[in-house]
Design a protein around this ligand. Sequence first.
Ligand SMILES: Nc1ncnc2c1ncn2[C@@H]1O[C@H](COP(=O)(O)OP(=O)(O)OP(=O)(O)O)[C@@H](O)[C@H]1O
Length: 820
Amino acid sequence: MYAFYSLLVYIFYTLFRRDGEGAAAAAAHTRDPSQGAGSLPRNSRPRPRRSRSRQGPQQDLWTELNGLDSPSDPDSEADRDEKQEATAEGAAGSSPEVSLEEAITHLAEFLSLQLGTGESWTRSLDPDKAPLLLTLTGQLLAVVAWLQGPGEKRPPRFQHGLQHQLCGSQQTEDPAPATTPTLSSGGQPLAPDGLRGAMRGEPKGQSQQREEEHRDWQWLEGTTLGQIEELKQQLAHQEEELSRLRLGVGVTDSEKRIQHLTMENEALKQSLSLTRDILLQWGPGPLVQTPSPAQEEAEVLMELRSRLRETEETTETLRAQLGVQEGQLWELQGALQELQLEAATRESEQRSKRELRQILRQLAGLRGHIVALRQGCGDLRGLVITFIQNYQGALKEAQGQVCWALGELSASQWARRVPEIRKKPRRAYQGRLLELRGNIRVLCRLKPGSSGNLLNVDPGPGGTVTANYRGRQRQFHLDRVFPPDATQEEVFRELEPAVLSCLQGYSVCIFTYGQTGTGKTYSMEGPPEDPGIAPRALQSLFREMGAQGGPRQHRVTVSMIEIYNETVRDLLAPGPPERLTVRQGPEGCGGIHVPGLTCWDVSDLRALHKMLNLGRRNRATAATHMNEHSSRSHALVTLTLTTAPPPHGPGTAGTLHLVDLAGSERVWKAVTTESSVGVGAGARGRRLREAQTINRSLLALGGVMAALRARQPHVPFRDSQLTRLLQPALGPGATAVMLVQISSRPEDVGETVCSLKFAERVSQVELGPARRHRTPSSGTPSSPSTGGTPSLGTPTTPSSEGISPQAEQTSSSGEPHQVS
Ligand SMILES: Nc1ncnc2c1ncn2[C@@H]1O[C@H](COP(=O)(O)OP(=O)(O)OP(=O)(O)O)[C@@H](O)[C@H]1O
């Protein structure tokens, strides 16, 4: 390639000199190319010369061209030596004559060798296979040949190459018929008309010749520019290939290929630049004024490269930013998923809250409905109670009259039987027997009536009651079980030792417990023809006192209290029953204190029955559908038996509590039963309140029993008026006997089981060993608390045992009178 450029420099140098010095001088210089060529180095790379006056490198270049025709042939080496010698001679002043045709021939051969085709330039070239650079070079040579001389002296071989190239490149591009190349008669391509006329040497005028030359120049310029465009396209193709190869990573061959293509590109650029310079300096006016497209392309190419690099850098920067943004995108996606999970959780919580609020609203609606139902139920109960109150009001008076009459009759009968009783032996062992049996005993008595198969009774001492209730069979063990056919006498005989122990200073409490209508009052009071526990106890006591020395050795006082709706009333008050207040006794003494309680001092049995009948009349009773004689209050009769001490010993102060508890009943049962008979609202309300207070007081009694059984330090005696008043009877050293009344009717089995459960709990209570209360040995009986002188008809003093007669007293005849 260097030699090729050198040849081009030589050719253009020749042409430039011809243009500057005239055609003749140019021919002379062409025939003498050795002038001034000795200073050009052999291997130096020639550069395009713009100066036309420079002549130095011609000789060396020519010598080099002569040596290039056959580099591999030793003969050619010899010829080259000869040529070098001849060149040396020429440099000395006798240079060999080398024609332009020979130079062109050498150039063609050189080009053939450089292209590696192995063919000589003299051979015909295939226009389709000839490289573009070779074509362009041949075209330039044709121009040079045409410029070297007149038409007839121009070498035909050069004409052939020129015409051939013109035919190959401009056959379809130049539509002008005058410039369209044609084939000669020998099959060779022909030059344009002007150029052909110039080659033929036809005589023309000076202006016409100039016009033809100018037209030829235009044609040549167009052709050359076309070739330059093709070179540009090749250059672009090479650039694309170069870019594509640059994209390869780590390929050594590709790098080599890149370097090779880079060098070729550089050569093509230089060739383009050289060609453009030739055209600029060689052609006439229009050609000189034509801008350098190759240079512009090179600049554009450089600009594009710089833009490409900038674009690549921008791309790398954007990729880095893209990687960072992808990382941020992943983080945002993770955060988004967490937010979605949180949102789902919040949504489920809100849904649960909404459902809960809806349920609460429904619950509030149901509560309101229940309240309305309760109000309606209360109104209905009031109506039933009112009806029962009116119904029972009419019976109350008649009942009181009947009770009074029965009491009078009973007193007269007992008075007639006293002499017989006095004949019986004294029972001094009764107190000892009481201690051996235990301080609390539970007896059970069945009410006569229709008996089903739900209750099985094993009567007698240590008897059992087996109940079948709600599919379960439960057995209750009791101290004694009285069958339905047990008489009043049999029941009292079981209790008589405890009653008589009061004369020895013991404190005894006998109370009846059970469902309404099961016979509590019947067992405690009994009808006049068949008296119950209380009349028999009084009879037995007076009989015993008579046997021990007569009533003068004993002092008997009696008081009677009713607890109705938690109100304590004095049943033996001379006037209407007064309301009493139960207070705690003096600290350290235990017991209770009831200020204003009337206490009757009785001297005989008749007076005592008179007092009890008075109390029965005052007792609040209310008839119910279940038991028209049912008492709706608790009744407590207290007898204090003070024995005058013997001459050399203390006396005794015993107490007997006879308690007839109100019937335990289910409130709903009583009210619903009353509603069926149609009572007023006021009576219904009163009956409902009675039932509630009765059950509340019985529940308190159960609590006291449970605390005593568990031996708890605190016993809740203050929970009700009943337990307050029973505190002395259930305290340490006292003796208690509970008679549980049960019904054998199938419809009452539930209440029966409840009563038996309560009895079982009471039987497990430990009150401690029974203790006797003695009076000081002053010779006269007195109250245990004050030690005063016992004398009938004198005021009594409060007892430390509990119920204390205080305000009033009776005479031995039973007439009440005020304490003076
Ligand atoms: N063992 C019995 N023998 C004969 N009749 C009895 C017997 N027990 C109860 N009765 C009768 O049953 C009815 C109700 O008895 P009682 O009044 O004694 O029951 P109650 O339990 O005292 O009722 P309340 O708790 O309402 O006072 C009475 O008419 C009574 O005569």
